[in-house]
Ligand binder design. Structure first.
Ligand code: GLC
Length: 479
């Protein structure tokens, strides 16, 4: 079987969030099991791409409305990722360092639609000319949502119409929504089906993909259910497409996330050396931020945005920092400017108990997973969430809101066989109660050690979920 994953991100080539981690890992597992699983993504002007060698597979010209653009499909020569990686070079569109935003201004690129439309058109032109066509085309999020539309509707791609498409929704908060004028930039299609592109009077790339793909998946079962009543305006569409939808929980790349071999952490450890490994890594982390390691360390890693509930953190942490309680809080991430200001003020105010690093830093993230006692995720929306699985692999106990993928992967310690701390409502007082439960757990050394052992024994690898994707591919091919 020959599957192509189309995505804007893929770790370690280009990463903004969890999408990259999934697209960088799932194909690796699939590739071993089914023969051929490749990733196709835009060729950004970033360091990783500059440091690796690519060979040209195809040079072409394709239309974007009245204009023609040039593109090159290139393949990474050394196969360093464990699966074939193809990048699409489109001069003038992707030869910039940012994936979605300009790092200097922090705003989206003005030609967002044109960038991803030309990427998708170039990919389909390439596939159109392939002698052996792909068996499955697997799209990820709205940046590739026009692919199923074009494959079923554009005259130019009628030879691809029979190929099954899957669209995985990693985040339905973002739709790729534009004025309908932009639809003239797509290759010609039957105007009577114009409505397939539409949602609420706009050209909506995610909606178009959901309507026209063969199979919708999302990254947890609970999130699949939630989308029918909470998907930023697409609720009715998700309800309508339920028959072709399924939730498959993400796995994690257990090669990248392995405390035994992780070169990004100060001291490697495994289950047997867990207590010592945690202690040593915590010491390093606390020294770096001037914290006292005898207190519990509770960390947050992620984008500082509404969706992740990051706006709850300043008040939540301050209620503890202002009281007599001895606890440390660590934050790593970037996002909302207002939150940056609040965390900067807290850095000055709570020296010795609090540190926020307002940056994207992959290796610091690993050290935080290894050195913390708890990881907090108060998300408003969480399609799957990977951090709770990463932290458990490092013996760090998750404190999470009971939603989406968090609900499907974290079982509360109050339940039989439980191993995490959960809370239901998105509000300060339940979150405060959860943090208090974490502090109490920390003080009960024996129970804490038992929970750590339990979480380090859990299997969150891709093995089980990759199998579910393969079954799904088989079913689609049979259709
Ligand atoms: C998005 C979601 C996150 C999920 C990830 C990978 O970043 O917000 O919950 O884990 O995609 O699917």
């Amino acid at each position: 079987m020959n599957v192509f994953h189309l995505s804007a991100e893929c770790y370690p080539v280009a990463k903004v969030g969890g999408l990259a981690d999934v697209v960088g890992a799932l194909p690796k597992y699939l590739h071993k099991k089914i023969g051929q699983a490749s990733v196709v993504m835009p060729k950004y002007a970033n360091e990783w791409i500059a440091e690796h060698t690519f060979e040209t597979v195809l040079k072409g010209t394709a239309p974007l409305g009245d204009w023609q653009f040039e593109f090159t499909i290139q393949r990474e020569v050394d196969g360093i990722l464990g699966f074939p990686l193809y990048v699409v070079d489109i001069p003038g569109r992707f030869d910039r360092p940012g994936i979605y935003t300009d790092a200097e201004t922090g705003s989206s690129y003005w030609d967002d639609f044109e960038r991803f439309a030309s990427f998708q058109i170039a990919v389909l032109d390439w596939m159109n000319g392939m002698e052996e066509k792909p068996d499955i085309i697997h799209c990820h999020d709205h940046h590739t949502g026009l692919v199923p539309f074009m494959m079923t509707q554009c005259y130019r791609y009628m030879d691809l119409k029979h190929i099954p498409t899957a669209l995985t929704v990693h985040n339905a908060e973002y739709h790729g929504s534009y004025s309908h004028e932009k639809s003239h930039k797509l290759p010609q299609f039957d105007e009577r089906n114009f409505g397939l592109l539409d949602w609420d009077g706009q050209l909506n790339c995610l909606a178009a993909g959901l309507k026209t793909c063969w199979q919708i998946t999302t990254v947890s079962k609970s999130y699949m259910k939630e989308l029918s009543y909470n998907s930023n305006g697409l609720e009715w569409l998700f309800q309508n497409e339920q028959q072709k939808s399924r939730g498959i929980i993400n796995g994690i790349d257990t090669e990248v996330w392995n405390p035994k071999t992780d070169s990004m952490i100060a001291h490697s450890y495994d289950k047997r050396k867990m207590a010592e490994g945690k202690r040593k890594n915590k010491k390093v982390l606390c020294e770096q931020f001037g914290l006292d390691p005898q207190y519990p360390t509770i960390s947050f890693i992620g984008r500082l945005v509404h969706e992740k509930g990051a706006d709850l953190l300043p008040d939540l942490f301050q209620t503890f920092l202002e009281s007599e309680q001895s606890v440390n809080f660590v934050v790593l991430g970037t996002g909302d400017r207002e939150l940056h200001h609040q965390f900067e003020a807290m850095n000055n105010r709570f020296v010795g108990y609090f540190d926020a690093t307002l940056d994207y830093n992959e290796s610091l993230a690993h050290q935080i997973y290894a050195g913390s006692d708890f990881m907090i995720m108060p998300s408003r929306v969480e399609p799957c969430g990977l951090n709770q699985m990463y932290c458990m692999r490092y013996g760090t106990v998750p404190v999470v809101r009971n939603i989406g993928g968090l609900k499907d992967t974290v079982k509360d310690i109050a339940l039989d066989g439980g191993y995490g701390i959960t809370f239901n409502d998105f509000a300060l007082s339940p979150a405060r109660e959860a943090v208090q439960r974490a502090i109490d757990l920390f003080q009960d050394g024996r129970t804490m050690a038992g929970i750590r052992k339990r979480i380090m024994n859990l299997d969150f690898s891709w093995n089980a979920s990759a199998k579910k994707y393969i079954t799904m591919y088989d079913e689609l091919i049979e259709q």
